[in-house]
Design a protein. Structure first.
Length: 183
C-alpha cells in the first residue's frame, strides 16, 4: 500500500462529524463518547484527536454542522425556489423530515446552557425566515412574525409527537395550512 492510498483511507473530520450526528440522534449527548464512536468507525481513538483538540471542540463542530445542514442549507434550498410557493415547499420539507436529530439537540439544550444559546439562535433564525416568506406571500409585517412563530411551534410539536402510530400530515393538507397563514 502506497502512502497515497493510506491517506485516501484515513477518516476525515467530516466522517467523525457524521458519526457524531448519528450517535447524537440515536443516543443523545451522553452517547458522544470517543471510544464508542471510534469503534463504530473501526479506527483508533487517536484518529479523533487528530481532528479535534478535545470533546468540547468536537461538540462545537457538531452544533455548527447541525446548524449548517438543518437551517442554513434548508434556507438556501428554499431561496432557490421560484415564486410564491416557497412557504409550501418549506412546510412540506420540514413536516416530512425525521426529527430525531433536532429532538436530540433540543434535549441536549435542556442540559447544557451553551447548547441552549445556539438552539435559541437557530430558532430565531428559522422563525425570521418563515416570517420573510410570509411577507413575500403578502402577509403584513406586523402579522408575519406571530404567524411564523405559530407555524414553527407546530413544526416543533410535530417533532415531539411524531411516532409510527401517527401519520404525517399529507402534502395537500400542508398546502391548505400554509394558505391559512398567507391570507
Amino acid at each position: 500500500m502506497t502512502n497515497d492510498t493510506a491517506n485516501d483511507d484515513r477518516l476525515g473530520k467530516s466522517d467523525w462529524i457524521d458519526q457524531g450526528l448519528r450517535t447524537l440522534a440515536g443516543g443523545g449527548a451522553g452517547a458522544l463518547k470517543v471510544g464508542a464512536m471510534a469503534e463504530k468507525l473501526n479506527v483508533s481513538r487517536g484518529s479523533f484527536y487528530w481532528h479535534f483538540a478535545d470533546i468540547a471542540a468536537f461538540k462545537s463542530a457538531l452544533l455548527r454542522s447541525w446548524r449548517e445542514r438543518m437551517t442554513d442549507r434548508v434556507i438556501r434550498d428554499v431561496a432557490g425556489k421560484d415564486g410564491p410557493d416557497r412557504l409550501a415547499y418549506l412546510l412540506k420539507r420540514a413536516f416530512a423530515a425525521r426529527p430525531r436529530l433536532d429532538r436530540a439537540i433540543r434535549t441536549w439544550a435542556t442540559e447544557d446552557k451553551s447548547v441552549a444559546v445556539i438552539v435559541a439562535a437557530v430558532d430565531a433564525e428559522r422563525i425570521a425566515y418563515i416570517a420573510k416568506l410570509l411577507v413575500a406571500a403578502g402577509v403584513a409585517r406586523k402579522r408575519a412574525l406571530a404567524r411564523a412563530t405559530f407555524l414553527y411551534w407546530a413544526y416543533l410539536g410535530q417533532a415531539i409527537v411524531m411516532d409510527p402510530r401517527h401519520a404525517a400530515i399529507p402534502a395537500p393538507a400542508l398546502d391548505d395550512i400554509g394558505a391559512l397563514f398567507e391570507t
